[in-house]
Design a protein around this ligand. Structure first.
Ligand code: ADP
Ligand code: MG
Length: 273
């Protein structure tokens, strides 16, 4: 039966605690279809605070849709997603959940940083303006504070000298490092990366992975969709293998990459390794 979250916030799995503070992100029994295509077919995923989770899977398996749902860029059909114990798209009122307004959604979306494959910087804004835009508009923070933070974040990813340049004047690797600084500027509970290096020329991949590696070392909560298996092995606390809208396997890098239990995981790894 359709368990719409506004009438039934209970997740699919029995015994599941709603809003467990140990987790930055909880995806609970999530389904999503586009027309007849069932893209997320009952996804359960919990990400502990400070952990790096890498998601692997073939093209079309639902990885981007899952990340977009966590950031409220897609509305799920069934199930519930919590970020920082807050239900995405809803406000709690007693035991009931009420749908958020557009304005409230923008505010809530700022809890999640998103780094896209194609950088998605605003072309008409300078690098500095790109970084301060969401903290100013969605979080309504003071300009002085946000600018100071933005400059220090740009320095941390090695593009301090590009603050007044426009995105088109930067290399792909520099643009992606600006996008990482922009995500950090929200002070998000989690940062989602959707194939952050797949649009880059091979010689620029390393500098972006280096910036992500630094975040992992700072104890940030990260969810990274990538085909960089070596990088996954090095930075991930857990690795998820998705196929056809379900999580097939979820474990330590060694469990999933070296001792996969499912044939589908083995078949995928034999192609990408
Ligand atoms: P992945 O990121 O693992 O490659 P996606 O989540 O992008 O997979 O897509 C999963 C499936 O959903 C694909 O078949 C894709 O074509 C389809 N899909 C994604 N977004 C939409 C959309 N907005 N409308 C229709 N189909 C979509
Ligand atoms: Mg994708």
């Amino acid at each position: 039966e359709p368990a719409h979250p506004s009438t039934s916030p209970a997740p699919a799995a029995p015994g599941t605690v709603i809003g467990d503070p140990a987790f930055a992100v909880e995806v609970l029994g999530v389904h999503k279809s586009f027309g007849a295509l069932h893209v997320l077919d009952g996804v359960d995923l919990r990400v502990r605070r400070g952990e790096v989770t890498v998601i692997l899977g073939p093209s079309g398996s639902g990885k981007s849709t899952l990340l977009r749902a966590i950031n409220h860029l897609e509305k799920v059909d069934k199930g519930l997603i919590l970020v920082d114990s807050e239900p995405i798209g809803y406000r709690r009122k007693g035991t009931r959940l009420h749908e958020l307004s557009e304005r409230e959604i923008l505010h809530q979306r700022a809890k999640v940083g998103f780094v896209f494959q194609n950088f998605n910087l605003f072309p008409h804004l300078t690098v500095l303006e790109n970084v301060i835009e969401a903290p100013r508009s969605a979080q309504r923070r003071r300009r002085d504070d946000v600018v100071a933070q933005a400059r220090s974040l740009l320095a941390a990813v090695g593009v301090a000298d590009k603050a007044d340049a426009y995105p088109r004047q930067l290399s792909g690797g520099q643009q992606q490092r600006v996008a990482i600084a922009r995500a950090l500027a929200l002070n998000p509970a989690v940062i989602l990366f959707d194939e952050p290096t797949s649009a880059l020329d091979p010689e620029l991949v390393g500098e972006v992975l280096e910036a992500i590696r630094a975040l992992a070392g700072q104890g940030r909560t990260l969810i990274i969709v990538t085909h960089e298996i070596g990088f996954a092995r090095e930075v991930a606390d857990s690795v998820v293998f998705m196929d056809a809208g379900v999580i097939v396997e979820h474990g330590t890098p060694s469990q999933v990459l070296d001792h996969p239990r499912h044939e589908r995981t083995r078949a995928f790894l034999s192609k990408v390794l």
